[in-house]
Design a binder for this molecule. Structure first.
Ligand code: DAH
Length: 346
């Protein structure tokens, strides 16, 4: 009897211990350890009671086993309950921490925009494509022949000095002008020819309006009876589209080895209308490109009969047009990739 009372007290003490420990429990990991400390078959407190069974006198064994089993079932239920409530609490916490306020204003996403030089290039291509020009993209590495010699600029020609060249070897160089594309096109096709060749060019030149890498767009028209008048007519149309209806052009005599005659093309100042301002430095005119009638020697170099065919060519600096167009004072701003600058143009 005394032994039975002793057992009951032990079991009751374990029950109390479980009740108390369960109450303050707030983590699944600790709850798991707690369950093991009672129910583990070898080391758990209840597990140990089971193991003691063999020391109990045979006549009390059934009663002992029943009581310990009851305690074990009861404990299992408590721990299961604890698990359920902890899981619920943890889910609740997760729901709260992951709560999304669908009424909150969205973070502003600024869509990207095209670089000013890209914008100018696309616009020019659009205008010239509308006049029937096709695109020819040459390569940035050229040999001496295409960049200079075939363009009537032989080895000892002083015009080579105007273009401080990056040589890759004695023969190869980074093209200094998209004019080299003219030769490739004329070598490979017969007139009528009407091409536009945009691309990067390279010169050892660096100040507020010059950069060692910049972009040009070359134009070439070759057919029977092409004159300087055709060039002027086409350029007038072009500048009106890009700088406005009132804009006109003025041709000034100039020199390029591959054109004869050669001209420098000015546009009437689109900022002051010709009255004189800081943009046109008080002259009313702004220089925008070089052009001319294709030199007979260049046609000959490409196997085109200069007595039958003639042509005009022009070369436009795209950074220069972008700077004029958008009022950008320094060419460096076009290459620094400063988002504060670039996002202003579209
Ligand atoms: N290639 C010249 C330069 O880079 C620009 C140029 C002038 C191109 C006259 C032409 C032209 O096609 O006819 O300065």
């Amino acid at each position: 009897m005394a032994e039975q009372n002793g057992l009951r007290d032990r079991l009751e003490a374990i029950r109390d211990e479980i009740r108390q420990s369960v109450r303050g429990m707030d983590s699944s990991k600790a709850a798991y350890d707690l369950r093991k400390s009672f129910l583990d078959s070898k080391k758990g407190k209840i597990g140990q009671l089971m193991k003691e069974m063999k020391n109990i006198p045979a006549e009390q064994r059934a009663e002992y086993g029943k009581s310990v089993n009851e305690l074990k079932n009861w404990a299992q239920e408590r721990f299961d309950e604890l698990d359920r409530s902890l899981k619920e609490k943890e889910m609740q916490l997760r729901y709260e921490s992951e709560k999304i306020d669908v009424t909150m204003p969205a973070v502003k996403m600024r869509p990207g925009n095209l670089h000013p030089v890209t914008l100018v290039r696309e616009e020019l291509i659009d205008i010239f494509a509308g006049m029937g020009f096709e695109i020819f993209e040459g390569s940035e590495v050229e040999n001496d022949y295409y960049n200079f010699t075939a363009l009537n600029t032989p080895q000892d020609h002083p015009a080579r000095d105007m273009q401080d060249t990056f040589y890759l070897s004695k023969e190869f160089l980074l093209r200094t002008q998209t004019s080299s594309g003219q030769i490739h096109v004329m070598e490979n096709s017969k007139p009528p020819i009407k091409i536009l060749s945009p691309g990067k060019v390279f010169r050892s030149d660096d100040d507020a309006t010059h950069s060692p890498m910049f972009s040009q767009m070359e134009g070439l028209v070759v057919d029977e009876g092409i004159t300087l008048g055709d060039l002027k007519g086409m350029l007038d149309l072009f500048v009106q589209k890009i700088f406005g209806e009132q804009t006109t052009t003025r041709l000034r005599p100039s020199y390029f080895p591959f054109t004869e005659p050669s001209v420098e093309v000015d546009v009437s100042c689109f900022s002051c209308g010709g009255a004189g301002c800081s943009l046109c430095k008080g002259t009313g005119w702004i220089e925008v490109l070089g052009a001319g009638v294709v030199n007979r020697k260049v046609l000959e170099n490409c196997g085109i009969d200069p007595d039958r065919y003639s042509g005009f060519a022009f070369g436009i600096g795209l950074e220069r047009i972008a700077m004029l167009r958008y009022g950008i004072p320094n060419i460096k701003l076009l290459f620094e990739s400063d988002i504060k600058v670039l996002k202003q143009f579209y």
